[in-house]
Design a binder for this molecule. Sequence first.
Ligand code: DGJ
Length: 734
Amino acid sequence: MPIKFDKENKIFTLTTKNTRYVFGIMDDRYLVHHFYGKKTAKYALYKPYCVSFSPYRGELGNTKSPDIFPQEYSFFGSGDFRAAALKLRGENGCCATDFTYKSHRISSVPKSGGAGAEIAGIPCGRPDENTRSLSVILTDETTMCELHLIYNVFYEEDVITRGIVLYNYGKAPVKIEKCMSASLDLPSCDYDMVTLWGGHYDERNYQRAPLHHGTQSVCSRRGASSPQYNPFFALCDKKATEDKGEVYGFNFIWSGSFLDEVEVDQTECTRVQIGLGEENFGYLLEPTKKGKPAKKDSSPFCSPHAVLTYSDRGFGKMTRNLHDFTRNHILPERAVSEPHPVVLNTWEACYFNIDEEKLVNFAGESAKVGFDMLVMDDGWFGARSGDRAGLGDWTPNKQKFKNGLGSFIEKVKSKGIRFGIWIEPEMVNPDSDLYRAHPDWALSVPGRQPLLSREQLVLDMANPEVIAYLKDSFKKTFGGLPIDYFKWDANRHICDAFSHALPPERQDEVHFRYMLGVYDLLRWFTVEFPSAQIETCSGGGGRYDLGMMAFGFQIWASDNTWPYSRTWMQRSALLAYPAATMSCHVSNPGDDLRALDFRYKVAVGGMLGYELNVLRMSEEIKKEMARQVKEYKTFEHLVRLGDYRNLASPFLCPYSAYYYTDKENKEFLLSVIEKEGIPAGRTKPLKIREAKPGKTYVDMLSGSRYSGKELKDGLVLPLTGEKFTAALMHLAEE
Ligand code: DGJ
């Protein structure tokens, strides 16, 4: 059983294939964390041992201060001075709460979602028949709130997701001032912390730094998970490598502002928290009556879910746990089971300069090359001839598409190619009919001119009227059209976060409710256009997160398509997210076949596409692209579904090397990318550990044969000595 409760000792044990998570009830009151780690490891239950100088309950004695024992979840103001997971302000203005254990429930998880998460419309790990859920219920006698700590156990993937549901059974509203979905106290501080930081055009740089006393955090205050700090992070022992050492991986199923907070405390322990935080979050929770249907605004508050995994086999295993979890429980099922289309996207080829005639020609030429789909990017709607106008007016531009969208799409499709279209639903240009009609639908502070970013403002997705308008508008424009793909962009972050639809006491909810509105609209798209796939994007990879992945087939990884930079970005994205989520495009190689080769070999690390003016490419380049697309399709399944094994990280080596392998270990796709020219260099032995010694493997791309033993011992490949070259091998068991 993945979840057990030992009644006598009052201990909960959550078990996955390779991990164990243990906590218990102390003195019928506190939840104490005992252990999270390897399933077969010996562990000791926490026993109060030291006298504390911190506050404690008189009847329990001074060894039981909430400030010193490892907590399962922590509360502000009642004796634990470390980072709190929950801060509530009650009717009397006081923020000290003291939630204590009341009861618990173990159940399977309804197919519709995790316990509670579906109520709030927040995506969460999709359960399967093995998923089990534990709700631990705590109450606070002063606010009369009931807190449910939710644990969903994904056995096969070694993942536990955690979230909270809060009910206000008191008489007055309470204000949630800080909310973390998970809190975990680890018994050591001897860890390094790995985070992914960056910016627009420079997403997901890798940072590994030792923990230090005090609080260290990454967060987004931008209303998007952001390219600045990805919600994923890891803690690992100091010597952890790709294959060895202990690594804890954490993530958050959420696309908005967040806080990942790690505190090393006075007992040399580490508190890890993942959640909505406090700076850009607040929520007024109205009272509700037990057993009665919730009235408007009095339904419980449900947090997004945090993701926890543990590996005793280095980063590689952590990565594969997170990849499997994302494929099996987050991505839409079709995004895993169906090959992703190889698209030709018009952005880098045309920018805003598009029209019917040009794109029908694009479609014809693209079909000849063998691309599966033409994606018409920005520039097709309203008065859109640059980024200054048109956002919000989702009707086709009459000059560019004289006969409307329907007849254009028909012409595209008659060339034998599928069709995708770009949208940016959350935004509005001040120069648009929508803004002129509804200036108060943009987030803006009354009495002050809102700040522009890329010439645009952010629509108030917390306002149901805005969502209803967008649904109606997209239905009118796209209803009945055979659109196969939407590219959903979001090109700025939130400031001036004031919603004209919310009362003053709810203005702290803007970031949270904004994202609920985005998810609502995304969900509506999946229902309204069930056969269409969605690619999400946020000025490149600015919302590269599990929340977006729950709706989209894949995510545009960055506006930077320079393959050298992509080599790093892809490596660090793959630390936490499977290749199936990563849109990788080959951009204009000019007439240079060698550049085309390099761009292609980097892009095949994810979901391949092209972003170039196919009408201007030479016959030679088109012929080569046609060959590439054909070749890619012979191993696309390995990229989309395979296990990822990193052999040489570009952050540490002058080259990058990795391979994907199918679950039966019969096929391998090996990639070596030289990012620096090392004269007469050679790779270290590139060991394909899963190769079977008795078997022979054929490289389907060159015809060369290798014994399984050779592959297992490691191929030492010559490097060309020239930067920006790459080699691919598709090895298949004979
Ligand atoms: C930013 C995206 O990342 C690009 O690919 C493109 O879609 C532009 N927006 C269009 O405005």
